[in-house]
Design a protein around this ligand. Structure first.
Ligand SMILES: [Zn+2]
Length: 301
């Protein structure tokens, strides 16, 4: 019988030796044996190295909800200016046009090509299919009517609580990617009609995501109390003329997806609520910005 080849003590020593060998191999390959707070378990990919299975939730790594619009471009720049690594997430929910989704990639490529200090921090981009949102929105598909703008300035395709859905998926992805900060362009100032853009809602969401996934997420909303003009100002402070030019040229806000008309504030139909808001913010900022530039020139010796 095989068991009789070894005494009980010899078997114990051999088991101990094998455990030591596995531990030492893992230490060499992974740099750690350890379990620490906020390390996440999933089935190991390798029998010897569990590094890929133990993701650390990094407070200096961020996931930006990036739609390709002006606001989320400013949020992306804000995140790139303060976090060590930044990934982006977008949602395909059956938008009536794919212009924003296409422009997302154009903006990311432009940052990588022309802003190396930020491009080096820019990690993976993720596009999630949330086509099911179309089943609960009041769209031309379900009502056989054309898209319309409500008095609030919101398109009738608006889905109540949509940001909560987006943030839940973003949180789940951030958990898997070890990203501790979610960054969104929600704003109370210009969008008071959206209750899921209010900071109080997002405070509750931050707590829900952190409790629900047992990690410490931060939900950052740098535009929360800014006007559109101040958002342009923030972009200028973060990235100067280069970021302003990039935002004007490549970010897309127009609800109708028009990119045939170029205005000084960028492309769009010029008449939908999103275009009107963007144009008004740009003109207000231009007036202030040019005023400051003139004042600066007068002060300069
Ligand atoms: Zn428009």
């Amino acid at each position: 019988m095989g068991w009789e080849l070894f005494t009980r003590d010899e078997l114990a020593w051999r088991a101990l030796g094998l455990a030591g060998l596995i531990g030492a191999t893992r230490l060499l390959r992974c740099g750690s044996f350890g379990f620490t707070k906020n390390r996440l378990w999933s089935p190991p990919n390798s029998p010897f190295c569990f590094r890929e299975s133990f993701l650390v939730i990094e407070p200096k790594h961020a996931l930006v909800l990036f739609s390709g619009g002006q606001d989320s471009t400013a949020c992306l720049a804000w995140a790139l200016s303060r976090y060590d690594r930044v990934e982006t997430i977008g949602f395909d929910y059956g938008q009536r046009h794919r212009v924003e989704l296409d422009q997302r990639l154009v903006i990311l490529d432009a940052i990588r090509a022309s802003m190396p200090q930020w491009g080096n921090k820019l990690g993976d981009d993720h596009l999630l299919d949330l086509g099911l949102l179309g089943q609960i929105s009041d769209t031309a598909l379900t009502r056989d009517t054309a898209i319309a703008m409500a008095e609030s300035g919101l398109p009738t395709t608006f889905v109540p609580g949509r940001n909560l859905v987006f943030l839940t998926f973003a949180g789940a992805l951030a958990y898997r990617r070890g990203l501790g900060v979610l960054v969104g362009g929600m704003c109370e100032t210009d969008y008071s009609g959206y209750p899921d853009c209010r900071r109080a809602t997002l405070d509750a969401m931050e707590q829900s995501l952190s409790l629900g996934m047992d990690v410490s997420f931060k939900l950052a909303t740098p535009l929360m109390y800014l006007t559109k003009a101040q958002t342009w100002d923030l972009a200028f402070a973060l990235g100067g003329d280069a970021l302003i030019d990039l935002t004007v040229e490549h970010s897309h806000t127009c609800y109708t997806g028009d990119r045939s008309m170029r205005h000084d504030w960028g492309y769009g139909c010029g008449t939908c609520p999103a275009c009107e808001l963007r144009a008004a913010g740009w003109q207000q900022w231009q007036a202030q910005h040019q005023g400051q530039a003139v004042q600066g020139a007068r002060v300069a010796p």
